[in-house]
Design a protein around this ligand. Structure first.
Ligand code: AGP
Length: 615
């Protein structure tokens, strides 16, 4: 949830620290801070509630000089987002500073211990205790060795962490550690770097070391990095990752916001994902890492995720059941973790996670694996924890998604799930090569269909005005497009703060219809599919109550257009199961325009963070 960066080297630290935080701000943005070791041998810092831009403004007057520092952008868990609770946190001497992403579960107990032993606790955070534990270790058993002092402190903690530590008495050194929260480090001729993910480092290197749970790293001012395993022994072959995107991929590139940019990148993302997947033997999906026999024997698929990625699972369930004729079960990861899943000897668990770091999803994957399931991850982030802790991983290659609201990862993940389903269908004989090829060519049409919807964005801009006075909205859809309704409502809620509910259209009369009154916005997804006429009946029920109906309909559907106040048109889609990939683009753009009308920051909605690394 929080973002951390660190640097020690030849250059002034402040610029990288601020730029690094800006690149990680999608992880949390309620407060920010940095601490630089100055040539006078003292730590000097600035921290404040609010955005990284506010911190950068304060830094202009603070004039922090020094070639080493650590910094943090926060999504508050323990303690309000105030200046005082912003990281970095210091020990009693003010000579040890720490930034942390994660949760220290036993912080209360450690805090009491520290108070009894004369420490002064200055903040409400769980993190601060780590600085004091390192202070004790530094003054005691580990004197002179920051790695040993950090390890000593970490041994007393329960919970999760990615952290960076610096000590005024160990100049030229930063210690980084990981347990459950991601962190990468990099060695360059200019110095050594640390960051929560590779995004801030894309401009300085093409390769990073991705720390594994239990590992620590010592970053030195000469640019070297030494990794240590959980047992304290040096590890000279840590896991390295190539950065698979250009530094410019995470910049606005002329767009007014990342959401606009990422919505418009969907066609290319899907093209990249599909490229080279069709062979004469069907779909190429070696990432599944299973033999043909193993694939053919799969008799149940558990689909597990959170939020928008869960909506991918709902669509994947339809695809798997319709195309591969395998029973599929969808579970919110946060729910599955407290249930007894009904797995068979041949159950495949598929986790879907854009970031690859969602704590609930990772816990669920671990549990399913421990129960004997093969776990396959669909993710967007190379080397993410989901990829490491699964038996196979498919990268959707959508490129960095910076806007907190997921758009291009959503559609790319659906296409990835479609490819996986075709692979399963071929393996178990539900589809022959000809059928696979036909479905694949249907998938290939999606990028152009999305381009067509993108060119119709003026329709969404116009319709957004219908939400000006709204205090709530209802989204309806049937079959696979009930999920389009869920995802459309989620997008609207998360970026415009307008309450929105979504239901399968047939469920409306069992309760939600009570909400309807003149002018109430109802978005009905009613493409040309086998449930079209049923949804039209629901639209009539909406009209009879004077609500304002906005249809998402297929070109030429005059009947629907006549019955609704507004229509968002989609071109005909070759398979009805693939309509969600096209229709959602309108609802993404609609949500964005409504949010802009309401003066909201579409990229950084309040209270949210992109990577939810706490359960
Ligand atoms: C999507 O717009 C949301 N920000 C959120 O629901 C997100 O999809 C969810 O937190 C899961 O994230 P993941 O895909 O990275 O696991």
């Amino acid at each position: 949830m929080c973002g951390i960066v660190g640097y020690t080297g030849k250059k002034q630290a402040q610029q990288f620290l601020l730029e690094g935080l800006a690149a990680l701000e999608y992880r949390g943005y309620d407060s920010a801070g940095l601490e630089v070791l100055s040539p006078d041998g003292e730590l000097h810092g600035v921290k404040c509630s609010g955005r990284v831009a506010t911190l950068a403004e304060r830094c202009k007057t603070a004039n922090l000089v020094g070639t080493q520092g650590i910094a943090h952008t926060r999504w508050a868990t323990h303690g309000a987002p105030t200046d005082r609770n912003a990281h970095p946190h210091l020990d009693c001497t003010g000579r040890i500073a720490i930034v942390h992403n994660g949760i220290i579960e036993n912080f209360q107990e450690i805090r009491s211990y520290l108070r009894q032993h004369g420490h002064t606790i200055a903040t409400d955070t769980d993190t601060e205790v780590i600085a004091h534990l390192i202070e004790d270790a530094w003054a005691g058993p580990a004197k002179g060795d920051l790695v040993a002092a950090t390890r000593n402190a970490l041994a007393r903690l329960r919970g999760s962490w990615a952290l960076a530590v610096e000590c005024a008495d160990a100049p030229g050194e930063i210690v980084v550690a990981r347990q459950g929260s991601p962190v990468v480090v990099a060695s360059t001729p200019d110095g050594a770097y640390a960051a929560s993910d590779a995004m801030p480092l894309a401009g300085v290197t093409k390769h990073v070391i991705s720390l594994e749970d239990g590992q620590l790293a010592r970053l030195s001012a000469d640019g070297s990095v030494q990794v240590y395993d959980a047992d304290g022994l040096p590890n000279d072959h840590p896991m390295t990752l190539d950065i698979d995107f250009d530094a410019s991929a995470a910049t606005l590139g002329g767009y007014s916001d990342f959401m606009a940019k990422e919505i418009s990148e969907q066609p290319e993302a899907i093209e990249r994902l599909l490229k080279g997947r069709l062979t004469e033997h069907g779909i190429e999906l070696d990432e599944l890492s299973m033999t043909k026999e193993e694939l053919a024997s799969i008799d149940r698929v558990y689909l597990v995720a959170c939020g928008t990625s869960y909506h991918v699972c709902l669509i994947a369930r339809e695809l798997i059941e319709r195309w591969a004729k395998i029973q599929a079960v969808c579970e919110y990861a946060s729910e599955l973790n407290y249930k007894e899943p009904m797995i068979t000897d041949h159950t495949l668990c598929v986790i879907v996670t854009q970031s690859g770091e969602t704590a609930d999803t990772l816990t669920a994957a671990k549990r399913m694996r421990a129960m004997g399931c093969k776990v396959f991850a669909i993710t967007n982030v190379l080397g993410s924890t989901a990829a490491r802790e699964s038996d196979g991983t498919m990268y959707v290659q959508a490129g960095p998604e910076v806007c907190v609201a997921s758009t291009k990862a959503y559609t790319a993940q659906i296409v990835a799930a479609s490819l996986m389903t075709l692979r399963l269908a071929y393996a178990n004989g539900s589809m022959d090569t000809g059928e696979i090829q036909r479905r694949y060519h249907d998938l290939e049409q999606l990028p152009d269909l999305i381009r067509e919807v993108l060119s119709r964005r003026w329709q969404d801009k116009k319709v957004a005005k219908a939400f000006r006075k709204a205090h709530s909205a209802l989204f309806l859809g049937r079959g696979v497009n009930s999920t389009t309704a869920y995802e459309g409502a989620l997008k609207l809620k998360e970026i415009s703060y307008l309450h929105a509910e979504a239901y399968p259209a047939g469920e409306m009369k069992h309760g939600p219809i009570a909400l309807l009154e003149p002018g109430f916005p109802v978005v009905a997804i009613v493409p040309a599919d086998h449930v079209h006429d049923k949804t039209v009946s629901n639209i009539q029920e909406v009209q009879a109550r004077g609500a304002h109906c906005i249809a998402v309909a297929t070109d030429g559907d005059v009947e629907v257009a006549q019955q609704c106040e507004d229509t968002l048109w989609i071109p005909p889609v070759p398979e009805e199961e693939l309509v969600p990939v096209v229709a959602i683009v309108h609802l993404q753009m609609l949500a964005r325009y409504v949010a802009l009308e309401r003066g909201c920051d579409v990229d950084k909605p309040r209270n949210l963070a992109k990577s939810v690394t706490v359960e």
